[in-house]
Design a protein around this ligand. Structure first.
Ligand SMILES: CC(=O)N[C@H]1[C@@H](OP(=O)(O)O)O[C@H](CO)[C@@H](O)[C@@H]1O
Ligand SMILES: [Mg+2]
Length: 557
């Protein structure tokens, strides 16, 4: 294969209309107003192809989404062949290429940067034997079809890539399908490309196996579940799963609301996981129907979920990522003990500094489970879960998360199951089934929702029982707009500031005044703001506590 420079030039001229915009590839990939994304889509398409070429033509995923952002925004992120996030060392390339196209005065300026990158990574475009493979998906945004054309404009024509377009899917579906396609290709499958249907079959199968293993009534023993899908892609996708003839739970047990994914401006509008978590109230379109009903909200691309319920005094109670972690840790620790495997397999919970202090204390003191703290961003939590534990449970407080089961976990379970000759303890079979129910590539609102439903059913817990395991400390998270957020540098997994000099000492002196006080300050990775978090025992003092820290932050910036 020879790179056709003239063809590339033409597509560059036709596609890259947005100029002089600084693009940055953060935790969430590239994300900004959709009208500014043509140039970055063009370069991200090329980068995905180069990533696939570097990896001998394996399937690389690309998702077009801006998650919980307003409907006018969009974004894009690249997914590795195993379904994980783009390798961190390639993030700077994504930025260099995008900014080269954005700021170059002509095609030559951009092309020089592309050639430099190809040379630096020693990617041989002339080999001709390696065909790049790309899987693309998009959420329900109105701008996505146009941006998809910008993204794929060079893939087949210039780079001779094979492109699989999944159409509208959730972010976790794209991750799952990318991973499965590569696994099948490695096994020599002649038609390796996985589909949405594979995703539904797999998770429905896992759910049904778990239910029949635990011999639970087909009608769930948990209360009715209302699912707010943020008028995003989660709605139609969840409906497809529930409509499957193999799905065992009666249709009226799960009711979907805010499912107007075809009305663009309703996306994430006064609904969805971010709205519910931030405002601590019911989303638009939901009114409490019964006091023991359970509710949950997805975000716009369904990689995040939070639960909640309303008590008999009409008080709203949030069951956030910390509560999901603790529920699943309680359940899985118990199963490990019942299967006599608590000394062979290491279970642990991974959190960030935003986890409520009460949840951390509960996990350590009540569940006797190890807890790790990492920097914000799922890639940090995921890495810790994979490297430290056989059952690594990780959730950000805002509902992003999953559970990772190690290779050793599967080996031990397999070996124990084979020893017991079909007469294995229920806990062992439960663990084996449960490990399949959780998306292993990335946090997944649909799969997490099924796991929580199954857990509550098996433990016979109502939403209130789940909630009362521990009580959150009153807490507050505020955004502070400063002139230059880059001066806020942290250490100790973002729990302490190193810079601006002296600010941490001042914050510590404020913290010392409040019983069970904890507060930390860090620059956001996704917004031009500094975030201030505070929690303390006395709810009436929380505002004052948080404000004191905010004042010090403002004075030092
Ligand atoms: C406090 C908070 O919720 N931070 C979010 C937010 O990151 P910031 O770096 O705080 O902007 O967006 C990330 C990407 O979606 C998400 O992983 C993270 O949890
Ligand atoms: Mg999301």
């Amino acid at each position: 294969m020879k790179l056709n420079q003239e063809q590339l030039r033409k597509i560059y001229d036709d596609t890259c209309r947005t100029k002089n915009v600084q693009y940055s590839y953060g935790t969430a990939g590239f994300r900004t107003v959709a009208k500014d994304l043509d140039t970055v889509m063009f370069t991200t398409g090329i980068l995905a192809v180069l990533r696939s070429l570097k990896l001998q033509g394996q399937y690389v995923g690309v998702m077009i989404t801006a998650s919980h952002n307003p409907y006018q925004d969009n974004g894009v992120k690249i997914v590795e062949p195993d379904g994980s996030m783009l390798l961190a060392t390639w993030e700077p390339y994504a930025m260099q290429l995008a900014n080269a196209a954005s700021f170059a005065t002509d095609f030559e300026g951009f092309y020089a940067e592309l050639v430099k990158l190809i040379g630096h990574e020693k990617i041989d475009l002339d080999v001709g034997t390696v065909v790049p493979h790309i899987v693309v998906g998009r959420d329900s945004r109105e701008s996505s079809p146009f941006l998809l054309r910008c993204l794929t404009s060079t893939m087949a024509s210039v780079f001779h890539a094979q492109v699989v377009d999944l159409g509208c899917v959730t972010t976790p579906q794209l991750h799952y399908i990318t991973d499965l396609s590569n696994k099948r290709a490695q096994e020599g499958d002649s038609a390796p490309v996985a589909t949405e249907q594979d995703y539904y079959s797999f998770f429905i199968g896992a759910f049904n196996d778990l239910f029949s293993t635990c011999q639970i009534e087909k009608s769930l023993s948990v209360p009715k579940l209302f699912v707010d899908t943020a008028n995003g892609i989660g709605g139609p996708q969840l409906k497809k799963l529930l409509a499957s003839p193999d799905w065992v739970v009666p249709a009226d047990q799960i009711e979907i609301t805010n499912d107007k994914s075809d009305v663009p401006e309703l996306l994430n509008f006064e609904c969805g996981a971010d709205y519910v978590k931030t405002n601590q109230k019911l989303p638009k379109g939901l009114c409490p129907s019964s006091f023991d009903a359970l509710y949950c909200s997805f975000d716009g691309d369904a990689d995040r979920v939070v639960f909640y319920y309303v008590d008999s005094k009409s008080k709203f109670h949030l069951l956030d990522g910390d509560k999901i972690s603790t529920l699943l840790a309680k359940f899985l620790s118990k199963q490990l003990q019942l299967a006599n495997l608590e000394h062979s397999l290491k279970i642990g919970v991974v959190q960030t500094a935003y986890a409520n202090g009460s949840s951390t204390t509960y996990i350590k003191d009540e569940l006797h489970c190890p807890v790790s703290c990492t920097k914000t961003g799922v890639k940090h939590l995921h890495h810790e879960a994979v490297t430290q534990y056989d059952i690594g449970i990780y959730f950000e407080a805002n509902g992003h998360g999953t559970i990772i089961f190690s290779e050793k976990f599967h080996q031990v379970i397999e070996s124990e199951l084979s020893k017991s000759h079909g007469n294995s303890p229920l806990a062992l079979r439960t663990l084996s089934c449960f490990a399949k129910l959780i998306n292993q590539t990335v946090g997944d609102a649909i799969s997490d929702m099924l796991a929580v439903l199954a857990t509550l059913s098996i433990l016979q817990m109502a939403p209130m029982d789940w909630d009362k395991e521990y009580t959150d400390l009153p807490n507050k998270l505020v955004k502070c707009i400063v002139h230059d957020r880059s001066i806020f540098q942290t250490t100790d997994q973002e729990r302490k500031l190193q810079n601006p000099a002296g600010l941490q000492t001042k914050i510590d002196s404020v913290i010392a005044k409040y019983a069970m006080g904890r507060s930390f300050v860090r620059a956001s990775g996704t917004e031009d703001a500094v975030r201030v978090y505070a929690e303390c025992q006395d709810p009436s003092k929380l505002d004052q506590f948080c404000n004191e820290v905010v004042e010090y932050v403002k004075a030092s910036a």
